[in-house]
Design a protein around this ligand. Structure first.
Ligand code: KIV
Length: 260
């Protein structure tokens, strides 16, 4: 497959200075990644959100490295242009720099993804530095970090300015090329976006970040869960659940009545 048009993380970093917004969405399989790439998505994230939207689990904590590699390999094979980033599952990057470098290197080697995403702020800085020093681009993830949901006491908006600033500056200094800001109060996300050299990619953090990321299944109501349970920040672009449900019912009807 020709991948000569492939974007780089350097280009993503430069988009901030150029004032060009960065589009990011998750994908977990070949056809979704192919459509996102052909539509012009800048970054395709193989998120550990697959634990919830693909595997039907309550949290992301049980997603394995093998799960991530399995999905990432399909996604990368579909992509000709976008930067592909693979979420590092719990707890490889919580175990310190050596375990993290080994796991991240395995992901990049076995999937050919562009880089990895690592959750956590100042406490994860030495790990991010080690992974970057190993030649692997890192997208950081601050604010609400779902892998630490037990310590955070639930999924809630993040409003502690001092903590947010020190985390974001720490991951920037550690060499991350961009940082996801999840569920950060919008005015604080805007302030962080002004403070940082690296692009901020918001989710539930207002429209003034340098880019936005959404979970594919939330954008298209493709999750198995009750749509009223979708995150408040998600925006629905097409109700796939309604279309597929109608199609399935029509098919069953036609088979039962013998017209198909
Ligand atoms: O796992 C994921 O999909 C993510 C995004 C929501 C940022 O981390």
């Amino acid at each position: 497959m020709a991948r000569s048009n492939l974007l780089s993380t350097v280009k993503i970093f430069q988009m901030k200075a150029a004032g060009e917004k960065i589009s990011v969405a998750t994908a977990y399989d070949y056809p979704t990644a192919k459509m996102e790439d052909q539509a012009g998505m800048d970054v395709i994230l193989v998120g550990d959100s697959l634990g919830a939207v693909v595997q039907g689990k309550q949290t992301t904590l049980s997603v394995t490295l093998e799960n991530m590699i399995y999905h990432a390999e399909m996604v990368v094979r579909a992509v000709e242009r976008a930067v592909t980033i693979v979420d590092m599952p719990f707890p490889y990057c919580q175990l310190g720099p050596e375990a993290a470098v080994n796991a991240c290197a395995r992901v990049v080697k076995e999937t050919d993804a562009t880089g990895v995403k690592i959750e956590g702020g100042a406490s994860r800085a030495s790990t991010i530095r080690a992974v970057v020093d190993a030649g692997i681009p890192v997208m950081a993830h601050c604010g609400l970090v779902p892998q630490s949901v037990k310590a955070l006491g639930g999924y809630r908006m993040q409003r502690d300015w001092e903590q947010l600033l020190s985390d974001a500056l720490a991951v920037q200094e550690a060499g991350a090329f961009a940082v996801v800001l999840e569920c950060v109060q919008a005015d604080l996300a805007q302030r962080l976006t002004k403070e940082l050299r690296i692009p901020t990619i918001g989710i539930g953090s207002g429209s003034n970040c340098d880019g936005q990321v959404l979970v594919f299944h939330d954008m298209f109501n493709f999750a198995a869960q009750d749509p009223s349970q979708a995150p408040k920040h998600a925006r629905l672009y097409c109700d796939l659940h309604a279309h597929i449900d109608a199609g399935l019912r029509q098919y069953i009807k036609e088979v039962k009545e013998g017209s198909f």
